[in-house]
Design a protein around this ligand. Sequence first.
Ligand code: PA5
Length: 435
Amino acid sequence: TSAMYTGAVGAGGLPRAELDGLAGELARVHELVTRRRQGGLDAEYASLNLHEELPKSLTAIEAEAARLRAFADVVVIGIGGSNLGAMAVLQALAHGDRKPDTPRLHFLDNIDPDFLHDLLARLDSARTAVVAISKSGGTVETAVQYLVLRDWLRRTRGPSARDHQWIVTDPQQGWLRALARDEGLAALPVPPRVGGRYSVLTAVGLLPLAAAGVDIRGLLEGATASAARCDAPQAGTNPALEMAALYFLLHTRRNKRVSVLMPYIHSLRLFGDWYRQLWAESLGKRRADGTPAGTLPVPALGAVDQHSQLQMYLESPRDLMFAFIALDAWAHRIDVPLDDASRAAFPFLDGRALHDVLDAEFRATRQVITDYGHPNLTITLPQLDAHVLGQLIDLYQRATIYAGLLYGIDPLDQPAVESGKRLAIAHLRGEAKGP
Ligand code: PA5
């Protein structure tokens, strides 16, 4: 049941010797990670300990999720690391469908007054709950939308508005925490040392996912399996270290500056958005010598992007690398039903199922991408369930941290984004200079 990957080493990719040459450096960063994750949730790299620590908090998360399931609709407010993970997992495992006896989730991240107006017009406040998620507890996009929802609940539900609100935030600090305390709102903590984009396996992701009926224990068990596999200090036996090493070498030695993630699994479309934030915000920084760390992450989707970006991928300057995600066993087989006329038009579809068509397209695309000289690796999932998705999340989180250390930057901070947040507030105060 483990995710496997193949490809970027050998033909069309890096010679194995080049990867071997990085062995000392890989052992060093692995040792650093091992040291910095000591101490459970108090560790600097607490996000790498979530699979061990979170099971202790699951009962509390599941109890709140059960209360949320009494509602027909749940509006989940949060942005960036505070919603991308839950949206990605929900799409991957529920395919956009609602499980029986679970509420419909509505994610609010971007500020769009018209969208919000129409959403509120559709919702019945008697049957709607609001979950405001912000690690810092003060992100303005989240705060303003929560204020609108809170006001709507108060106006329509009076004093019982309190029973329709949940907060997920820092255990001590921030505006949301103070509000939860003052008003006695239901609240769950985000472990303070876990960074936003590494927080899908905390209450940030797990509360809305559990409310929607996702197997959150399966997710954590998958992460545990991946963590155990990533224990070794060598690329060959530690898939996250190997992934980080491949991206780092292809970038710094082959000038592959753009990394496309192209699942051939429709329900991983939003996983690409999660990956984009994780990779970009963690690695998009200057190294000590002034050169940029990190590859530009581009989410794509097979087969859709064969009809969109593929032409450019093939004939663009050769600065691309690819990671494909493929699926071994689909839960459902759907045969292509052919009558005589359609069989005559598509004789090659005789006896084929839909997944055969997708698989042929995947193999063909991978082949042309390889022929055009773009290095690529393939992650093959045995099936798509919570356990496998938990592995994939853990694999990417670990690989991102290893990659940051290989570049010599801090994969946990986001100084440039923080200065943008401060400037937006200066604009609202009317104090900003400049355009
Ligand atoms: O990864 C990060 O730290 C950011 O993308 C945050 O998740 C994002 O800015 C939202 O922050 P918060 O959860 O504090 O509202």
